[in-house]
Design a protein. Structure first.
Length: 174
């Protein structure tokens, strides 16, 4: 990847493509570090990390789909593999006996905590130490602006509204 400064200013699209390429390389690097240190895949990490932060370290599959922004079939296959490896379990949902919660097992919790530590160390070495406090503050600012704009766009998108309603429906009248 060419990192030399150009003599001309970059267009917005050139900046965006460069950002996308750097992000893809960063995520590949982080995934390799994670797998090397823990044996977990990036998909394993994303599920475990989401569950680690969920209330009671459990969530409905549809809530995980929304959080991870995954297709139903992708999540279903991933959860099945993780159940087989003892990282997660499916337990009856207390609020709705027709449904099941995805729950961290003790092994899953331990793996999630170790993976989170590895991820933080990798990010510290590659991102946080490189950018420093000033650039991290600017990154946070840009991320907040984009998150707010995406939230407004989602409110205007009927498909997004339907997906959100499905993920967080109260099950009343269902």
């Amino acid at each position: 990847m060419n990192t030399e400064a150009s003599s001309r200013p970059l267009s917005n699209m050139e900046i965006w493509r460069r950002h996308s390429l750097v992000y893809a390389h960063l995520m590949s690097y982080l995934a390799r570090q994670l797998t090397r240190a823990t044996g977990l895949s990036e998909a394993d990490y994303q599920v475990l990390d989401a569950l680690l932060d969920a209330p009671g370290q459990r969530a409905r599959a549809r809530e995980l789909r929304w959080t991870l922004q995954w297709e139903k079939s992708r999540l279903s296959h991933q959860l099945r593999r993780m159940v087989a490896r003892g990282l997660i379990d499916r337990q009856a949902c207390a609020e709705d006996a027709r449904g099941a919660d995805v729950v961290l097992t003790d092994a899953g919790r331990e793996a999630a905590q170790r993976a989170r530590q590895v991820r933080e160390e990798s990010l510290q070495a590659i991102v946080f130490d490189t950018l420093g406090p000033e650039h991290m503050a600017r990154l946070n600012e840009a991320t907040t602006l984009l998150a707010d704009r995406l939230a407004r766009a989602a409110e205007e998108d009927p498909d997004c509204q339907a997906a959100y309603a499905e993920a967080f429906e109260t099950d009343e009248g269902a």
